[in-house]
Ligand binder design. Structure first.
Ligand SMILES: [Zn+2]
Length: 101
């Protein structure tokens, strides 16, 4: 059925939009002068995976996330999704930074 393929395409576009929205949200948080941190000084960011229904958060040091924003080739993830086109370069507990291969 043609509609199945187009539904998949729409779902994929939703996922890309979702990730873009997460990145925008995280970028705004990282741009704050004094974002809320936990006892270890970590800031809670949203997982930047492609899954539209993922609501997981990832705690990362602010300076690490700011460095990650400097380049377009990194994603912050909650450690539960693997991308074939990305490789994991940093993993600390549930925090995982992936680099575009
Ligand atoms: Zn996720």
């Amino acid at each position: 059925m043609a509609s199945t393929a187009s539904n998949k395409l729409v779902a994929a576009q939703d996922d890309v939009a979702h990730r873009g929205a997460r990145r925008t949200e995280n970028r705004q948080k990282a741009a704050e002068l004094a974002p809320t941190t936990d006892a270890q000084g970590l800031v809670e960011f949203a997982c930047e995976c492609m899954s539209g229904d993922c609501e997981r958060t990832v705690r990362a040091p602010l300076y690490v996330y700011r460095r990650l924003l400097d380049s377009d080739q990194y994603l912050l993830q909650a450690g539960h999704h693997a991308f074939t086109s990305y490789r994991t370069i940093v993993q600390l507990g549930l925090m995982r930074i992936e680099e575009r291969a």
